[in-house]
Design a protein around this ligand. Structure first.
Ligand SMILES: [Zn+2]
Length: 244
């Protein structure tokens, strides 16, 4: 166990390959982390889908990254990040989410426009710049979409939340996070007031993938299960007392 040492290890102190990773490599590691929630094995097909690449090009890159010690690959089990791959992934995720937060809080960007900017800047910004951005806006712990921001030490809240589609009728919940990569969807969710922190109650849920009816911010509305699956929630302890 090397926990105490780890706790004091700043990301920028970790020597070696992280310092020279290219943008595409950072994108791979980030995608693998996000699909596998940091520790589950990931199928190469899922990586290909997330990055909009062919399975063949993903296989080639996976072999290369395994050779660099960033991940391990077993034929029938898939891809798992090594400690150094995981550290590099969290470092990129921190940069992305701090940049999104800075654009939103300091520069008043709307929440549907920060992701694309951050996708580009996350590979260019230094850790010092990112740390200063975080400091300037009060060290936020979540980004504008509710996703947790890894700490400077590389610690990350890995709580797995239910989605709104998982809730049954009668349940109250608070929105904690929404998927961030579809600007149109974010604008729509914003119009419906389905944003992190909002409280809602599920009034009815039609069977066979039918619509989910809910009350949120005093308004009754229906959304489809595919959209509801993109909204992560935290059930409220008293289902009879949601916000209005
Ligand atoms: Zn984003």
């Amino acid at each position: 166990m090397k926990t105490p040492k780890r706790a004091h290890l700043r990301l920028e102190d970790s020597p070696g390959e992280e310092d020279s990773l290219t943008g595409p490599v950072e994108d791979y590691l980030k995608a693998i982390y996000e699909i596998g929630r940091g520790n589950v094995s990931v199928a190469t097909n899922d990586i290909a889908q997330k990055l909009s690449l062919t399975a063949a090009s993903v296989s080639g890159m996976v072999r290369r990254l395994a050779g660099q010690g960033l991940l391990s690959y077993e034929r029938y089990r898939g891809v798992t990040l090594t400690d150094s791959g995981r550290r590099a992934a969290l470092r990129t995720i921190r940069r992305h989410r701090v940049i999104e937060s800075y654009l939103s809080h300091a520069l008043d960007y709307p929440w549907d426009r920060v992701h694309d900017e951050a996708e580009r800047l996350e590979h260019a910004a230094s850790d010092e710049l990112v740390d200063r951005m975080a400091e300037a806006i009060g060290e936020p712990i979540v980004d504008p979409h509710g996703a947790p921001i890894p700490s400077r030490e590389g610690l990350m809240d890995e709580t797995i939340h239910l989605s709104l589609a998982d809730l049954g009728a009668g349940y109250g919940a608070r929105v904690v996070e929404v998927s961030d990569d579809d600007p149109e969807m974010l604008r729509y969710l914003g119009e419906l007031a389905i944003v992190p922190g909002a409280e809602l109650i599920v009034l009815a849920k039609a069977p066979y993938e039918g619509p989910i009816t809910l009350r949120i911010a005093g308004t009754k509305l229906s959304i489809g299960p595919a959209l509801a699956a993109q909204v992560m929630v935290e059930p409220l302890s008293d289902p009879d007392a949601p916000a209005h």
